[in-house]
Design a protein around this ligand. Structure first.
Ligand code: HEC
Length: 119
């Protein structure tokens, strides 16, 4: 009797949990594409104005500094992540300079770079 009771309540809470998860997932799905698109656009705009002096930041760009990795190459590095990209921008290796951007801009531009990943 006791066992059956607790199993039932487990079943109910599992159902509730699944319902909640589905609810969250669909809410996230409804919001994410817009927010993501905005982030990527902001990241791309920032890259165009701040990074394109040295890096090839998109397929549209034809000229950059030789020996500076293109954003495509950076995105396609094996195991690349947004976090690793942010770290390399926040603490750059010579000759990349320290670039004064906000945390939000850093996240946007890292998300933009990762969006170029082809693998
Ligand atoms: C003055 C030129 C210059 C500017 C401006 C510049 N970079 Fe760089 N960047 C470099 C050079 C040179 C390197 C290669 C250094 C190295 O060996 O990692 C580099 C490396 C990087 C790397 C690491 C690449 C790797 O192989 O892991 C990232 C990420 C990066 N830059 C992002 C950016 C972003 C984002 C911006 C704009 C906000 C930017 N850079 C602006 C010159 C520049």
């Amino acid at each position: 009797m006791i066992f059956r009771g607790s199993r039932q309540s487990l079943g109910v809470s599992a159902l509730l949990a699944v319902g909640l998860l589905v609810g969250f997932a669909s809410a996230a799905q409804a919001e994410e594409p817009v927010a993501n698109k905005q982030r990527l656009e902001q990241g791309r705009a920032l890259a165009d104005s701040v990074c394109s002096n040295c890096h090839l930041v998109s397929g549209d760009q034809t000229k950059a500094v030789a020996d500076v990795p293109s954003f495509q190459e950076i995105a396609d590095q094996p195991g690349q992540t947004e976090g690793a990209i942010m770290a390399r921008i926040a603490i750059p290796k010579h000759p990349m300079p320290v670039i004064p951007i906000t945390k939000n801009e850093l996240e946007d531009v890292a998300a933009y770079i990762m969006s170029l990943r082809t693998e």
